[in-house]
Design a protein around this ligand. Structure first.
Ligand SMILES: [Zn+2]
Length: 114
């Protein structure tokens, strides 16, 4: 344990409240299994890093409309949505049985991002 206290400004009440809201939101996510089952209020507290590491293939896409604007305006998070633009094309038959790939895994989308 390093245990380095960085000063008194870290122990303010609002900050404690925020971290307990974040914990509660993460607990709710574990409990409900999917982002789309969570309330918009809880979704506000999940960080980008958390979303990237703790969500399934279609979760971010399914809950997109409920996610906070800071997430929806983030280019990296946008690439975690599913590509519905290319996956129905005849030459993309590989995906026909499954859900579309996430944009970050879509070859066509990758080609366009230069
Ligand atoms: Zn694509």
């Amino acid at each position: 344990m390093a245990g380095s206290e960085t000063g008194s400004y870290h122990s303010s009440a609002p900050e404690l409240m925020v971290s307990s809201l974040i914990c509660k939101a993460m607990a709710n996510h574990r409990e409900m299994g999917k982002l789309k089952n969570m309330s918009q209020f809880d979704l506000e507290w999940l960080s980008k890093e958390y979303l990237k590491q703790n969500t399934g293939h279609t979760e971010i896409h399914d809950a997109w409309e409920k996610l906070p604007l800071s997430i929806r305006n983030d280019d990296e998070m946008k690439s975690y949505r599913l590509c519905t633009k290319h996956w129905n094309l005849p030459e993309q038959r590989v995906h026909i049985d499954g859900p579309p790939p996430q944009i970050r895994h879509c070859f066509e989308c990758k080609k366009q991002v230069k």
